[in-house]
Write a protein that binds this ligand. Structure first.
Ligand code: AMP
Ligand code: MG
Length: 418
């Protein structure tokens, strides 16, 4: 039976980053930039004021002090968005607002607080003069054209995961669209005779479909676009019909029907309509797990068949589907971060699999600890809901005892867990 790394390698081997698409910058956060961003402009475009105050010639105010202020004639006002005052001569100043272009001939801005105009109301002397109370060096409070970005600069490198600051930066260059790797469209299909769509009446013997919803939101969190296909019944015809309804997707994720029961036929459907590469992995939970390629009209689509038990489905999603989605989205970093923690409870591993225990990791006196969040059976979804991480017991250990170190794969950081 394959171990987790071997199984993941087989999946990742058939995948590659999806083609480049140009999308609105409003849609692009979290996506991977596919082409370098080169600026066509200087930012800021003009020398402009960093403060509300008076634009002056610094030579004129070198000896200014509160006891010996220097009077300058106020010859105009410039606000942000206006053109620069054309030529400032000795003895003159221009009232100027933050972001407004610096008058030609001026080389410093004295903030209002350092003048007689120390309220925000126009407060110059009757003959239209302002008193400067402090000297200024050349360039004081002036933001130079191109100080942030110069025309021709490479501002963001291809491969960067776009965050709010990058989106703002791209907008500041005047671009409304950006080239990213297209996020994968991922179809989600639940299987099982007992499965009912939430929002409908539950009849005896039936249970609600939780997998489709947990998987769809995991796909979104990983950066993919989920398409929930619905529920197929436990027969070849029903599963085939649903699978062939799926159009234009990059990955199919099914749940259930991959273990050894009488009605576990997803594997058979995959064998019949494509190729199956493996159907179990040495892990717990998540041992029944199928991967193969489903032949569609003109192409073959990778299909990951997750187990039916809700915890197994989500844990196996983390190990295989999330990295697959991230690789297809162009991410270089496809693995979750792990931490070392002191285990508060014991994890047993009787049959030599890789165990992923649901834990709450927390910091106590600068040391991470991890506590089991409840019963560890693969149907106990409530314990998964309380977890912010998965503590890993390797195949070659029969247990990790309370007080020993454990590696925790973090699913959420700084999340409040109740
Ligand atoms: P199976 O892999 O079909 O043997 O299913 C294993 C367990 O998972 C069974 O108890 C199923 O009822 C349960 N299960 C299967 N599909 C779902 C689903 N979509 N939502 C919640 N539980 C499910
Ligand atoms: Mg079943």
């Amino acid at each position: 039976m394959l171990n987790v790394e071997e199984a993941l390698e087989q999946i990742l081997d058939v995948l590659e980053p999806l083609p480049i698409t140009n999308i609105s910058i409003l849609e692009a956060d979290g996506m991977v930039l596919a082409k370098n961003i080169i600026s066509q402009i200087d930012i800021p475009p003009l020398d402009n004021s960093a403060m509300d105050g008076y634009a002056v010639k610094s030579d004129n105010v070198q000896n200014a002090s509160p006891s010996l202020p220097i009077a300058l004639r106020v010859v105009g006002t410039t606000a942000a968005g206006q053109l620069p005052f054309q030529s400032l001569v000795d003895g003159h100043s221009v009232r100027i607002m933050t972001g407004a272009p610096i008058p030609l001939g001026s080389d410093a801005v004295i903030p209002f607080e350092e003048t007689s105009d120390n309220s925000n109301e126009l407060n110059v002397t009757s003959n239209n003069e302002v008193l400067i109370l402090h000297p200024a060096f050349q360039g004081k409070n002036i933001r130079q054209a191109g100080q942030d970005v110069r025309k021709g600069d490479k501002v963001i490198t291809a491969g960067t995961v776009l965050r709010p600051a990058h989106i703002a930066l791209i907008a500041s260059l005047g671009k409304s669209k950006v080239a990213v790797h297209r996020p994968p469209v991922v179809a989600v299909l639940a299987t099982g005779d007992e499965i009912t769509k939430p929002g409908h009446q539950l009849t005896k013997g039936m249970i609600y479909d939780s997998n489709s919803y947990g998987i769809a939101s995991s796909i979104k969190e990983a950066g993919g676009k989920p398409v929930v296909v619905g529920i197929a019944r436990d027969n070849v015809d029903s599963i085939e019909r649903k699978l062939f309804e799926i159009k234009d997707c990059d990955l199919i994720i099914t749940s259930a029907g991959v273990s050894k029961g009488d009605f576990d036929i997803v594997k058979n459907v995959l064998k019949k309509n494509g190729a199956i590469q493996f159907h179990s992995v040495r892990m717990k939970p998540g041992k029944p797990l199928a991967f193969g390629l489903l032949e569609q009209k003109n192409s073959s689509v990778p299909l990951i068949g997750l187990p039916g038990n809700p915890v197994s489905a989500l844990v196996a999603f983390e190990q295989f589907c999330r990295p697959a989605i991230r690789l297809m989205s162009g991410h270089k970093l496809i693995a979750r971060t792990t931490i070392n923690a002191v285990l508060d409870d014991t994890i047993d591993n009787p049959d030599g699999r890789r165990v992923y225990a649901r834990v709450h990791a927390y910091k106590k006196k600068d040391v991470y600890h991890a506590s089991l969040t409840g019963e560890q059976s693969s149907n106990i979804l409530s314990a998964m809901g309380k977890a912010n991480g998965l503590a890993i017991c390797p195949e070659n250990k029969t247990s990790i005892n309370a007080g020993e170190d454990v590696t925790v794969m973090m699913l959420y950081w700084n999340a409040e867990v109740f």
